[in-house]
Design a protein around this ligand. Structure first.
Ligand SMILES: N[C@H](CCC[C@H](N)C(=O)O)C(=O)O
Length: 277
């Protein structure tokens, strides 16, 4: 009897770092599959899988892997610290090594195991107004906007506001308004930071292309850069986000971020789902 091969779907993993959740596709050795339509369909929490970001692993000729990021509105994210840590852990588990190099849009990043957590060097912050990017030549340390935010590029744009009580902030209302402010031609991620001590910050975030998330690694990096630049904290801080705790350390070689990673499940998108796209 002739066996018909089962139609093959698309394997993926679900991971999260502090509740910042990801669908991870592995396209090593074959063409990339993600399109804005696929990202939106898989990112739909009712009709798809749901994620804050989709990360697609690709073969690399300069690093252990290349990694591309997408938001659930179908837009590209130039950086995603928590997904970088999650994928780094996958690759370290696969290779048995404690170090991995990952090429992203902003350059090649190094991640290392830190006991049961993962640290990644997210690189140097970008402080040139046109590189953040901003629409005009303004003071990045004091943007001309209500709330006096700081602009920081971490491979993606961030506007960091310092607030007295982060719990009282209307993150969705204020965040969405700032995301679409004309000062940010590529829109922006928005952080609301409450400095608790020279080594501790509470931060809540509104992400470009996604909305409120429980954590944002690049946003946490941008926040420590903004806080230390303003002289509000030291360069090494513990940061409490809605999903837990990260450690940030702005060193000579870049901003290091350390935190937990979790593998939730491995599954497959069915041909039926993919055909409907
Ligand atoms: N959650 C991510 C950041 C996603 C940023 C994205 N929303 C963008 O459009 O830049 C992180 O851990 O760094």
């Amino acid at each position: 009897m002739q066996q018909t091969a089962a139609p093959s779907g698309l394997p993926f993993l679900k991971m999260h770092g502090l509740g910042n959740d990801f669908v991870i596709l592995d396209s090593r050795g074959r063409p990339a599959v993600t399109t804005p339509e696929l990202a939106r369909a898989v990112g739909d929490r009712n009709r798809g899988v749901g994620f804050d970001q989709l990360a697609e692993i690709r073969s690399s000729d300069v690093a252990d892997i290349d990694l591309d990021f997408w938001n659930n509105d179908g837009s590209r994210a130039g950086a995603c610290g928590n997904a970088t840590r999650c994928v780094a852990r996958l690759i370290m588990d696969e290779t048995g090594q404690d170090r991995v190099t990952i090429r992203t849009e902003r350059g090649t990043l190094v991640a290392v195991r830190a006991s049961d957590e993962v640290s990644v060097n997210m690189g140097h912050p970008v402080r040139d107004w046109d590189q953040v990017p901003l629409a005009q030549d303004v003071d990045v340390d004091h943007l001309p906007m209500e709330g006096d935010p700081v602009a920081v590029g971490m491979g993606n744009p961030h506007a960091v506001f310092f607030v007295a009580d982060s719990g009282a902030v209307d993150v969705a209302g204020w965040g969405a308004q700032v995301e679409h402010d004309p000062l940010f031609p590529a829109r922006t991620n928005v952080e609301f930071a409450e400095v608790r001590a020279r080594d501790e910050i509470r931060m809540r975030v509104w992400e470009r292309g996604t909305g409120i998330t429980l954590a944002c690694g690049s946003g946490a990096c941008a926040t420590v850069v903004a806080a230390a630049t303003r002289g509000l904290t030291d360069r090494k801080v513990r940061m409490e986000v809605d999903g837990g705790w990260l450690t940030l350390d702005w060193r000579e070689d870049g901003v290091w971020m350390t935190g937990p990673t979790a593998l939730v499940y491995r599954a497959e998108l069915t041909p039926e789902f993919l055909d409907a796209l």
